[in-house]
Design a protein around this ligand. Structure first.
Ligand code: 4H3
Length: 233
């Protein structure tokens, strides 16, 4: 599944560039771990039936704990007490992910735990998980797509990971536009389907353009996301 993330576009490029030493963004080091590789039985079992009955299967605690231990060992060495990584479980019950949360996470090592089936044995969550994050109020059949959304959003915040390092500062929710929504954008042709490009954008007056974009950001935010105004986050 994660090839969708690692093999396409600017994020894919940043993730593979991150694997090479001496690159500007070599502090990005993304790796996918499959709990099935950390099982001991010949069927590589990672799931079992829930105690108390009910439909579906659960992810067992042991293969996930073994996987997390292997990640810590790989990153920090077997007895390395200096290596710190936060374990984050992606789930609809988690804290809602936003740009501020991601900005803070940027300076940390993160193990994103992706569940399947009906979820994960609670004892694994109690023992290993530091935080629970949600990408929105809907249920996915696995945590992977949520994890990919998080990694994509994180990677584009890493300086040098995008072609144009300026553009990230102009995005919706960015600090530079005070957490407002982005303004409308236009490209060629000057007239499309009877609709013109706003004249100010053709004026060459950078002060006027900046002011127009600010106004448009405020208007868009007021109309589409009034909850964002007058409140940090
Ligand atoms: C995250 C994960 C929604 C989100 C998810 C979200 C599958 C969690 C499984 C996985 C459990 C059962 N759904 N909104 N699904 O971020 O491990 O729900």
């Amino acid at each position: 599944m994660f090839f969708a993330l690692t093999e396409h576009g600017v994020v894919g490029r940043a993730l593979s560039a991150g694997k090479l030493p001496g690159r500007a963004n070599s502090n990005i080091d993304f790796r996918v771990w499959n709990p099935r590789d950390f099982t001991e039985d010949k069927h590589k079992t990672v799931d079992d039936r829930p105690y108390g009955g009910g439909p579906g299967m659960l992810m067992m605690a042991k293969p996930l704990a073994t996987t997390i231990a292997a990640i810590r060992e790989f990153r920090g060495g077997f007895d390395n007490n200096n290596y710190r990584a936060k374990v984050v479980y992606l789930s609809p019950q988690g804290r809602k992910v936003n740009q501020t949360l991601l900005g803070a996470a940027l300076s940390e090592n993160i193990i994103l735990l992706c569940g399947r089936y009906e979820g994960v044995d609670q004892r694994l969550l109690d023992a290993e998980v530091d935080e629970e994050w949600s990408i929105g109020d809907y249920v996915l059949s696995g945590g992977e797509i949520a994890a990919m959304a998080v990694v994509d959003a994180l990677v584009r915040l890493v300086p040098g990971s995008l072609g144009n390092s300026e553009s990230v500062n102009q995005d919706s929710f960015s600090e530079q536009i005070d957490g407002l929504l982005d303004c409308p954008h236009y490209t060629r042709p000057e007239e499309y389907s009877g609709m013109a490009v706003p004249e100010v954008l053709l004026s060459g007056d950078h002060g006027a353009i900046e002011q127009w974009r600010r106004e448009q950001s405020l208007i868009a935010t007021e109309i589409k996301r009034p909850d964002l105004l007058n409140k940090k986050d």
